[in-house]
Design a protein around this ligand. Structure first.
Ligand SMILES: Nc1ncnc2c1ncn2[C@@H]1O[C@H](COP(=O)(O)OP(=O)(O)OP(=O)(O)O)[C@@H](O)[C@H]1O
Ligand SMILES: [Mg+2]
Length: 551
């Protein structure tokens, strides 16, 4: 037997199919109570060793009379004799993978199973070592994200695969999405596969925040990696109050707002299509840099109605647009004139290899503000990436460093109605053609356009209890039916079902601890053998400094 140690013997295969998995009859010595749904098993076929997961557990008997006339149970001896012989337990197993045969020192990875083990193949509980062989060892490409339930082995994500396509983090409120996202971002930051740009709605990624019950403070990424993260803020006061060290304050000029940005706000500003599209007519009349300031500087109904006639827009629609855009004036981050372009400055930091967090402060509670800024900046930044990429393809300059854009409340940006037109729909659909991908965080995945969902390469989902949300998250996933029950039975915190490109098969994890001093110390430690990211500090020096700054 390869790999040496294996878990306890469970029983033998007695039935099955590739589509539905195999049935294992439990050995007389194994009680059904000892096997849990979601547990990993290995099955020794004649040529292959399979690795799979328990999807169901059942009771069977060889004698149909047993059900109708159970024997007298007063005598423990009779019970004992019947159990495991006439009456027995079965478990359903989905054999997902074929384990590599250890050939000398060659490192091989498990491959997807395209067949099933034969009758009477012996089934064992998977050992820690089997699980480690499947879910990887922590190294510079593999990030430890959590552990399978009841096991010590680590589940590691393949970071290269993770950032190649967009990522989804789901779960109902308070289940651990933010914590899981912090971990993913640490992984990407440490792995160096991409830069990240985080639109930090609740100001919890840059400088950290108290947890939902207000008891504990969880550090943000700026506190863990001060030299590699730049923080921008929309709300200087809030950032200062929270002691967050910000690198720059974002101001957006009226001239930066395009009619497309206004269109995205139709729903949150409760505006008709006609009213929103009048912005295009205004742009045509006054020019991009001036349309908004000229328009908002107008006074009186008559002036607006006159203008409506000139630009051939329904007067009431233009009136409605005026009224809605006037509401934006109370956002202090908007200025009639802004000398420095926020998108340019963010791009400068990203190009230096920095990760960027934009803290929204009090504006995070205002969906209009969040969507306006997030759309506007992402469109500009994506535009720049497209330019860079095309130049690189034409032989000028280098490919832009891959970028992951992180957004919360993703369904607001990616609902079926608006996904086809928004920048986020575009980014999701073009995959990583221009080196930009998304990380979407959401508690209502059923509100996201199904085409966008199908583009997510890796999905991580905490507990969901709404049927439609569960269906949306699992749609298009092989074995989705079997995973439904697993997803609905997760614990309400710090557990997640994860599946997709970044790992060999779906797995339920207890999410890695984030928030204790030990967890921080482990997270800032770099994987062995990695080169210094930039600057003149050696990795050891930086590690020492960063840990010193932590405590
Ligand atoms: N990996 C973890 N390590 C430590 N604590 C965790 C972890 N995951 C979740 N928790 C606990 O669960 C609580 C809720 O997690 P989190 O704030 O991430 O939920 P959420 O899904 O983002 O909620 P919301 O939808 O309200 O934003 C945290 O305050 C923390 O106490
Ligand atoms: Mg959250």
């Amino acid at each position: 037997m390869t790999g040496g140690s294996q878990g306890r013997f469970l029983g033998v295969v007695v039935d099955g199919s590739l589509a539905h998995g195999v049935e294992v009859r439990l050995d007389a010595g194994t009680s059904v109570e000892e096997v849990k749904a979601g547990a990993f098993v290995t099955i020794q076929g004649s040529g292959h060793r399979f690795f799979g997961v328990v999807t169901d557990i059942a009771l069977g008997s060889t004698d149909p009379r047993l059900k109708h006339a159970p024997p007298g149970m007063d005598d423990p001896f009779i019970t004992q004799v019947l159990q495991g012989t006439v009456a027995y337990g079965t478990v359903s197993v989905l054999p997902n993978l074929v384990m590599p045969v250890a050939l000398g020192d060659a490192v091989e990875t498990p491959v997807a199973a395209k067949t099933i083990p034969p009758h009477f193949a012996r089934t064992h509980a998977a050992s820690e070592r089997d699980v480690a062989a499947v879910f990887g060892n922590e190294d510079e490409r593999h990030f430890w994200i959590g552990n399978p339930l009841d096991m010590e082995a680590k589940v590691c994500l393949d970071l290269d695969e993770l950032v190649k396509r967009s990522i989804g983090v789901f779960g109902k409120s308070g289940t651990g999405k933010t914590f899981l996202t912090r971990l993913l971002l640490v992984g990407i930051l440490q792995g160096g596969q991409a830069s990240s740009l985080i639109f930090d709605m609740h100001s919890e990624y840059g400088w950290g925040a108290h947890d939902s019950d207000g008891k504990r403070f969880a550090k943000g990424l700026k506190q863990l990696f001060p030299s590699r993260l730049s923080t921008f803020t929309l709300d200087e006061e809030s950032s200062r109050r929270r002691g967050s060290s910000t690198d720059d304050v974002v101001r957006i000029g009226y001239g930066d707002i395009e009619p497309e940005d206004v269109e995205m706000l139709r729903e949150t500003l409760n505006m008709s299509e006609v009213a929103a599209s009048a912005a295009f007519n205004l742009q045509q009349k006054f020019g991009q840099r001036h349309w908004m300031s000229q328009f908002l500087n107008m006074e009186g109904r008559d002036a607006i109605f006159d203008l409506a006639a000139q630009i051939q827009v329904q007067p009431h629609a233009l009136g409605a647009l005026y009224n809605r855009l006037t509401r934006l004036k109370r956002f202090e981050f908007l200025a009639e004139k802004s000398e420095r372009n926020a998108a340019d400055r963010i791009i400068e930091h990203l190009e230096r290899g920095q990760h960027v967090v934009l803290e929204f402060g009090r504006y995070g509670r205002n969906l209009t503000a969040y969507m306006l800024v997030t759309n506007l900046l992402s469109r500009r930044i994506h535009g720049r990436y497209v330019e860079r990429k095309e130049q690189a393809e034409g032989g000028q300059g280098r490919d832009p460093r891959p970028l992951v854009i992180v957004i919360e409340e993703a369904h607001k940006f990616l609902s079926p109605a608006i996904a086809p037109q928004t920048i986020f729909g575009t980014i999701a659909r073009e995959m990583r053609k221009y080196n930009v991908t998304l990380m979407v965080i959401d508690q209502r995945p059923s509100g996201i356009d199904s085409e966008v969902m199908s583009q997510l390469g890796t999905r991580l989902t905490c507990l969901l209890d709404n049927e439609r949300d569960i269906e949306a998250v699992l749609s298009g996933t092989p074995g989705g039916r079997q995973l439904r029950g697993v997803l609905a039975r997760l614990e309400s915190k710090q557990q997640a079902l994860i599946f997709g490109h970044a790992l060999p098969m779906p797995v339920v994890i207890h999410t890695r601890e984030y928030g204790s001093p030990e967890s921080y110390a482990q997270l800032v430690k770099r994987a062995p053998g990695r080169q210094p990211h930039q600057g003149t500090e050696t990795p050891e020096e930086r590690l020492e400094r960063e840990i010193a700054e932590l405590f």
